[in-house]
Ligand binder design. Structure first.
Ligand SMILES: [Mg+2]
Length: 140
C-alpha cells in the first residue's frame, strides 16, 4: 500500500514539475522575444536619424560605460534608499540600449551570449562553493 502511494506521489510531483517547466520555458521565450523587439525598435530609431554611422563598436562600448557612470551617479553620496528610482530606470535603460546595439553590431544573439556566459560563470562558481559568499571564484 505504501509503495503504491509513493509511486502515485512521485507521478504527481513529476507531472507538476513538468507543468512548471513548461510555464518557465514559455516565460523565457516571451522575454527573449522582447529583446528582439527592443533591438528592432533601437535599429528603427537609429536608422531614422542616420545614427548608425556613429555606432561603431568602440563608441558603443564607450557609451555603455558612460551610461553606467550616469547610473552610478544616481547613487553617489547617497544612501541607496534615497536614490531616485525613476532616474535609475532611465540610466539603466540607456545601458541596456547601448549594450543591445553593440551586440547587434556584431550580429550576436543577446540570448545566446548571455546564456553562454552564464554557463561559463556557473563553472567558476559552483553552488556548493559559492552559495552565500561574495568571494571571487579564485578565492573559493
Ligand atoms: Mg543617460
Amino acid at each position: 500500500m505504501l509503495r503504491h502511494q509513493a509511486a502515485k506521489m512521485i507521478r504527481f510531483v513529476s507531472a507538476a514539475g513538468e507543468r512548471i517547466l513548461v510555464v518557465l520555458q514559455n516565460l523565457y521565450l516571451v522575454r527573449m522575444t522582447d529583446i528582439q523587439d527592443i533591438a528592432q525598435a533601437l535599429r528603427e530609431f537609429s536608422n531614422a536619424r542616420d545614427w548608425d554611422q556613429f555606432h561603431n563598436p568602440k563608441d558603443l562600448a564607450l557609451a555603455i560605460s558612460i551610461e553606467a557612470g550616469e547610473l552610478l551617479e544616481q547613487f553617489l553620496w547617497k544612501d541607496p534608499a534615497d536614490a531616485d528610482p525613476d532616474r535609475i530606470k532611465q540610466e539603466l535603460a540607456d545601458v541596456f540600449s547601448f549594450a543591445i546595439l553593440l551586440a547587434n553590431k556584431y550580429n550576436w544573439d543577446v540570448k545566446k551570449i548571455v546564456l553562454d556566459k552564464l554557463q561559463e560563470t556557473e563553472l567558476k562558481y559552483p553552488v556548493e562553493k559559492a552559495k552565500g559568499t561574495a568571494k571571487k571564484y579564485n578565492e573559493l
